[in-house]
Design a protein around this ligand. Structure first.
Ligand code: NCD
Ligand code: ZN
Length: 344
């Protein structure tokens, strides 16, 4: 198959940032995706429905004329998120979930939840109203090896959480291990996961052998190849528990190429083509549509999109760098390299 037409896809996990960054991130994402779950880890974070509506309005100012991009908003879970915010989410027409970052797990997670048991009263309301809980699934204890943090989260946080709230809708975001994939497979249909393009296309050797590649550094960190293989298997299996979430997370070049480099890969401008590349590499391009355009909407209880996009198997050179903020640049995923798919 050299050309495929799919229902327009949605991105169920993206970082658009705020202010001038939106000039870059919103048009890049909106030329591919109809909807996106806009992650709330701004400084300060998006903590209430009112703040989410204001952030959505700022995003909308950068949507190109005639484009029907529909940002879906998410609140940032803190130790203080009150149970009565959940009814407000239910009543809003643009907030779809709450994202829980364990405090200290990743970029701008300092205001995250210090101990999930402290917020069980709010989670109980989420279960009652069927508001999805989105999880950054890594423990943060200093002594736990960075490559083991996702697995430890499954055992120590997620299992007890599901036992306590069996009817809670949960998305385990950006899974990176076979452990996480198998865990999700074993749960009820209330538990799903997003997968990024970088975790399908790369493993830790790509990041570390022959010199460190800071632009492949993201969190959760790339794992060994066996995990990459499992992620490819489940993403292309047709199982609706696994769907697209780019985790595109821009950081300026100088913040990445730094003695203390930031975590995040910027994939927004060509994300759907990168997924096509990954699916095609394992001979499963025909499974892309479910993963990219159907399963996420179904999980969130939103209608599937009705427009389509067409992808063609044709070489595309990814730009070396892109303008960002006033005088900075971003190095996108696959910068300067050729990929085999192109949106027409
Ligand atoms: C994200 C960011 O920069 O906001 N970084 C990343 O490496 N994925 C945060 C996150 O999703 O963990
Ligand atoms: Zn993210």
């Amino acid at each position: 198959m050299n050309t495929i037409t799919l229902t327009q896809p949605d991105d169920w996990h993206v970082h658009l940032r705020d202010g001038l960054a939106l000039e870059r991130t919103v048009p890049d994402l909106a030329k591919q995706f109809r909807r996106a779950i806009c992650m709330p880890n701004l400084v300060p974070p998006v903590k209430t429905v009112d703040e989410a509506i204001a952030y959505r309005n700022r995003i909308m100012q950068h949507v190109p004329e005639g484009n029907l991009f529909d940002p879906r908003m998410v609140l940032y879970f803190t130790d203080q998120t009150p149970p009565d915010e959940i009814a407000k989410i239910k009543a809003s027409n643009c907030v779809n979930a709450i994202k829980l970052y364990p405090a200290g797990a990743t970029t701008n997670s300092d205001n995250g939840v210090s101990d999930i048991r402290k917020v069980y009263a709010t989670i109980e309301e989420m279960e009652k109203h069927q508001i999805p809980l989105l999880l950054h699934g890594e423990v943060t204890h200093k002594h736990v090896d960075i490559f083991d943090r996702e697995k430890r989260f499954l055992d120590e946080v997620l299992s007890p959480l599901i036992q306590q709230f069996p009817d809670l809708k949960i998305v385990l975001e950006h899974i990176t291990t076979s452990d996480a994939a198998n865990f999700v497979l074993e749960q009820s249909k209330k538990v799903a996961a997003t997968i990024t393009p970088q975790h399908l296309l790369f493993n830790r050797n790509d990041m570390l052998v022959g010199g460190v590649k800071p632009h492949l550094y993201c969190l959760p960190i790339l794992k060994r190849q066996t995990h990459q293989t499992t992620l490819l298997e489940v993403a292309t299996s047709g199982n609706p528990k696994f769907f697209l979430g780019t985790d595109s997370a821009p950081h300026a070049q100088n913040a990445k190429e730094n003695a203390c480099g930031c975590a995040g890969c910027y994939s927004a401008p060509t994300a759907i083509e990168l997924y096509a590349q990954a699916f095609d590499q394992v001979g499963r391009i025909e499974r892309l549509e479910g993963f990219a355009s159907h399963f996420g909407a179904d999980f969130y209880g939103l209608p599937r999109n009705t427009d389509t996009i067409t992808l063609k198997k044709e070489d595309q050179v990814i730009p070396e760098r892109l303008d960002y903020l006033e005088d900075q640049q971003i190095i996108p995923l696959y910068a300067g390299q050729t990929i085999q798919w192109r949106k027409v």
